[in-house]
Design a binder for this molecule. Structure first.
Ligand code: HEC
Ligand code: HEC
Length: 314
């Protein structure tokens, strides 16, 4: 009899315990509150506003695309400019030297670039078409010659840019192609930049900056590099590019100070000159940080006034 009572009590205790445990679980997993719902909605909205990076694979172009041959030629011109347009390129560079994977990668990405063109460019003081923008890179970043207006090269490059912009609406935001300029550039120390360069960069860019290959480690200075009219010849852009994308495989590990030191060391070395600095920014607001020949010489002999160079960025 005693054991039956004990068993019954035992059953009641276990039911009680079970309900207790059940209640505890319920209270851990409450019904969604309005706050949570609001949070989830806000996240979904933000995702909608920040479009996802459209991965593009050249192997996926429809074989019946009416511009198939032009697009592939355009891709080759962008990816190996120094080979496919050898007579026009002054440097040992391709567009891929800065726009990795012919702009399909996230390094200075060109995916969707047509959504922004034609576009007002302060350096030109005018609205610039994609053709003019390509030629701007040809004469500055590639230290070369422009393509003729109706040339098959220019048309092919535009067909390629059209193709890699097909999924991006005109005017749509391209968060993957954000500007990387450093807004605040710390006063650099060129010697520190040199030491860091010799430690972290020469395996791909060589100790004399001439690089190991246009697409594997491009020339950072010297006769085979970009001229001082290129965007990267400016301290804010060079430091920002280095911090965002270098060293390859260890992006975003360098501090602002280290990126500025490296930019100053690289832009202190000799490079081809751009002959038309006088006509850039015709409507004013010329940035203070362009590393011209005069400034390179001052940096080399230790008389440069970094405060003046960086006045717009400190
Ligand atoms: C030495 C580095 C470098 C090389 C080489 C280079 N570019 Fe650029 N390019 C840049 C940078 C940096 C920018 C970002 C704009 C700026 O601030 O100047 C840019 C911007 C652009 C843009 C505008 C993107 C936008 O969102 O508005 C286009 C188009 C472009 N480059 C095309 C090319 C083409 C085509 C080539 C090859 C013929 C090329 N670039 C070679 C560095 C380079
Ligand atoms: C593992 C190889 C590797 C290392 C290490 C590396 N880079 Fe690069 N670098 C590249 C490649 C490849 C590109 C072409 C763009 C790309 O693919 O991202 C490039 C492009 C660049 C460019 C733009 C192209 C040009 O001609 O100016 C700069 C500037 C640059 N690197 C600076 C640096 C600096 C500074 C360091 C050291 C902190 C560094 N890189 C370390 C491989 C490397």
């Amino acid at each position: 009899m005693k054991s039956v009572v004990a068993a019954i009590i035992g059953i009641f205790i276990s039911i009680g315990l079970g309900v207790g445990v059940y209640n505890t679980f319920i209270s851990v997993d409450p019904a969604p509150t309005t706050e949570l719902v609001e949070q989830k909605n806000a996240m979904a909205l933000a995702q909608e506003r920040e479009p996802k990076f459209p991965e593009i694979n050249m192997a996926d172009i429809p074989k019946d695309h009416e511009k198939l041959d032009e697009i592939i030629y355009g891709y080759n011109l962008v990816n190996e400019t120094h080979v496919y347009a050898e007579d026009k390129v002054g440097a040992n560079l391709s567009c891929t030297s800065c726009h990795a994977g012919a702009g399909l990668d996230t390094v200075a990405s060109l995916v969707g670039v047509q959504a922004d063109y034609p576009k007002y460019i302060a350096r030109a003081g005018d609205i610039v078409t994609i053709e003019k923008r390509i030629n701007g890179c040809m004469v500055r970043s590639m230290n070369g010659k422009p393509f003729e207006a109706d040339s098959k090269e220019l048309e092919a490059m535009v067909a390629y840019f059209d193709y890699i912009s097909e999924d991006v609406e005109p005017g749509q935001k391209r968060p993957w192609a954000k500007s990387v300029d450093l807004k605040q550039v710390p006063t650099p120390n060129v010697q520190d930049g040199e030491q860091l360069f010799n430690k972290s960069c020469i395996s791909c860019h060589a100790a004399d900056g001439s690089g190991i290959g246009a697409n594997t480690g491009p020339a950072l200075w010297g006769e085979t590099s970009f001229n001082d009219g290129a965007g990267l010849a400016r301290m804010s852009k060079m430091a920002g590019f280095i911090q965002a994308y270098m060293p390859v495989g260890q992006e975003m590990t360098l501090t602002d100070q280290e990126s500025s030191d490296l930019a100053a060391y690289i832009l202190t070395q000799d490079r081809p000159e751009w002959g038309k600095h006088d006509t850039d920014w015709p409507k004013g607001d010329k940035p203070s940080d362009i590393m011209t020949k005069e400034r390179r010489e001052q940096a080399q002999n230790g008389t440069i006034d970094w405060a003046e160079v960086l006045v717009d960025y400190q």
